[in-house]
Write a protein that binds this ligand. Sequence first.
Ligand SMILES: [Fe+2]
Length: 279
Amino acid sequence: MDRLRGLVENRVSAGTFDRFKARIDSELLNHRVIVNNAYTRWFAQGEQNEAQLKAFVVQFSVFSNQFLVAQLNKVINADTLEGMRASKEILANELGVTFNKAGVERPGLSAAYDPDHAGIEGSVQGGLFHFEAGHFEWLWQLASKLGLPFEEVGHRRNGTPATLHFCDELIRLYGGDNYEISQAASFAVENWAAAGFWKELIEGFRRYNEKHGTRLPLGFFVWHDRLEAQHARHTQEELEEYYFQTPLDEDAFIRYGNEMLDGVAAFWDGLEDQRLTLA
Ligand SMILES: [Fe+2]
């Protein structure tokens, strides 16, 4: 009898989840930064001048470093050991610990820290640390090739107000101590990251390289695109898991998710303004 009641309740819950999923699609995932990003659409054409390209790399490097701050806060604010470890996986990998997938990653494999070869699956548990595997260093490879000095890359002072607003929203919402808010922000950020902008950036760099006969290293962008391609498949399952584990305020989830995406949009809007100024 209990089993039957459980089944009935599950079915009711499943229907509720479908309705929630429909709301997510129409009230969150249709955010303009996911469905209509003017900057990345322009970037993909490869028509940027050198100043525009440098400005982009600098702002992205500021975001990349400030993301570490947000991620560390997410580790500290986790409310379960499991959650803390999940966040630590991301942080350690960002810093340079390669994912270790049993049976795939071969110990001693030369240049395993090269973004073209670094794994996208597995755990940092038992993984190897290389300075060169830090995501910031991949970006630094590109920046230095463009002739940017180290002091002009990655620091807070190098960020525009729009970029810093985005970074601070990440720290406040994604890395904040309210679990409900940080879950909504995570879901929003993950769906933004999986929405295809990495491909547009890669396309723009490839065209730029072709047009100017340059060989700018794209490993940072290619690796993240590979990561997102496999991660996108999991975001829906993760949402479902969260939905059935926790009593959820749907309105709040959608509201905080949108707040996070507004922060993301401010970043790309800032880049759009900047590229128009540098045209
Ligand atoms: Fe990264």
